[in-house]
Design a protein. Structure first.
Length: 61
């Protein structure tokens, strides 16, 4: 019972996280392609997380 409840809580917590990461990756890699969400490309994503790649993009800031 507690394992099932924990699984449900983690799943519900992960949905917004997945949406936000998808939106962030689309801005960083400048694409609307759905495949960017499953590719393990991390270098530019980490650079974008800790610095400002696009200072003039309001969505990115």
């Amino acid at each position: 019972m507690t394992k099932t409840l924990l699984l449900i809580i983690i799943f519900i917590w992960g949905i917004p996280s997945t949406y936000i990461r998808s939106k962030f990756r689309k801005i960083v890699y400048k694409t609307d392609d759905w495949k960017i969400n499953i590719k393990p490309v991390f270098i530019k994503e980490l650079t974008g997380l800790f610095s400002n790649l696009y200072p003039h993009n309001i969505e990115y800031i």
